[in-house]
Design a binder for this molecule. Structure first.
Ligand SMILES: [Zn+2]
Length: 81
């Protein structure tokens, strides 16, 4: 090993660097989780999802309409097939 530091156990600078690295690592995990939530939102959480099972969701008001409906039953907006 290289020249060993004598005296007070761990170098305070080394401890500080470790603490910063830990904070950065935790922050990165938070960002990754946020990105996953942003790119793949839970369909149950978004009232404006494009479609759900057997329903067409109005892009304007979020009303759920039957697939057979051509217009939103709430606001009258034409629904995409
Ligand atoms: Zn609508």
């Amino acid at each position: 090993m290289g020249p060993a530091r004598k005296g007070t156990g761990m170098d305070p600078t080394y401890v500080l660097v470790l603490a910063i690295a830990l904070i950065v690592a935790l922050g990165s995990v938070g960002l990754i989780r946020a990105r996953i939530r942003a790119t793949a939102p839970d369909p149950g959480e978004s009232p404006f999802a494009v479609s759900t099972e057997g329903m067409k969701i109005c892009a304007r008001c979020g009303m759920g309409n039957l697939w057979t409906e051509g217009r939103c039953s709430s606001c009258g907006r034409p629904l995409k097939g």
